[in-house]
Design a protein around this ligand. Structure first.
Ligand code: PEP
Length: 256
């Protein structure tokens, strides 16, 4: 049985000192978790400060993006081997802000997934439809296309190295959480596509305006393996409440 993942994406929000302060507030809870994996993705300049605070605590440290090559003339990028050497265990890839604000293509996202996995990181592949795509009835085709673009071909079929985060673009940072039936439907569809691509069961997270108020309902969907959380993960009290909710609910559920 896989533990529930609660991953905080701190985006470009906290300085190194602020990130260290937040990590320090979260630290006591980390040691008490039995059924939950706590993951954090600070900004690149805060990674060192958070790593120093976390020490040997059972918290996974990750990056918010990564390149695919080990080194080269790629100004502004960070290589997966550099992140791995630093102590990161995962990297977010294809976050909607990368896809929509920075226009990262499917091809680029696919390269990043492969680069992360090839260099020892777990790739958290973020996928999700825009509001216009949902309203046009294209949610399934968009999700299938995003999954096939990144997970097709010769990518190693390892359950350890891949996590999917279903994040409807319209729910990220908007306060509009997807409904339970919408989450359940999208998650089982993602499971079927992943299975069709001959992957073992992968953890599938939900992301999009997760808060302590809605998290237990979201976790009641059996195919939800945890959450990728932006806003609420910046607040220690809320992050801790999410972890506690996960601990309570994960007691009686089998996460695939
Ligand atoms: C995210 O950044 O992936 C996210 C889901 O943000 P928020 O929780 O703020 O919607």
């Amino acid at each position: 049985m896989r533990k529930t993942i609660v991953a905080g994406n701190w985006k470009m929000n906290l300085t190194a000192a602020e990130s260290a302060r937040l990590a320090r507030e979260l630290l006591p809870v980390a040691a008490t978790l039995n059924k939950t994996e706590m993951w954090v993705a600070p900004s690149f300049t805060a990674l060192w400060a958070v790593k120093e605070v976390l020490g040997t605590a059972p918290v996974s440290l990750g990056a918010q993006n990564c390149h695919w090559e080990e080194r080269g003339a790629y100004t502004g990028e960070t290589s997966p081997s550099m992140l791995h050497e630093f102590g990161c265990s995962f990297a977010l890839v294809g976050h909607s802000e990368r896809r929509h604000v920075f226009k990262e293509s499917e091809e680029l996202v696919s390269k990043r997934v492969r680069g992360a996995v090839a260099h020892g990181l777990t790739a958290v592949l973020c996928i999700g439809e825009t509001l216009a795509e949902r309203e046009a009835g294209e949610t399934e085709s968009v999700l299938a296309q995003q999954l096939k673009a990144s997970l097709g071909g010769d990518l190693v079929r390892s359950a350890e190295k891949l996590v999917i985060a279903y994040e409807p673009v319209w729910a990220i940072g908007t306060g509009k959480v997807a409904s339970i039936p919408e989450i359940a439907h999208a998650h089982s569809f993602i499971h079927s596509v992943v299975e069709g691509l001959e992957f073992p069961q992968l953890p599938i997270l939900y992301g999009g305006s997760v808060t302590p108020d809605n998290f237990s309902d979201i976790l009641s969907v059996p195919t939800v393996g945890g959450a990728l959380v932006g806003g609420a993960s910046l607040d220690a009290a809320k992050f801790i409440q999410l972890l506690r909710t996960s601990e309570g609910i994960s007691e009686n559920r089998a996460v695939a």
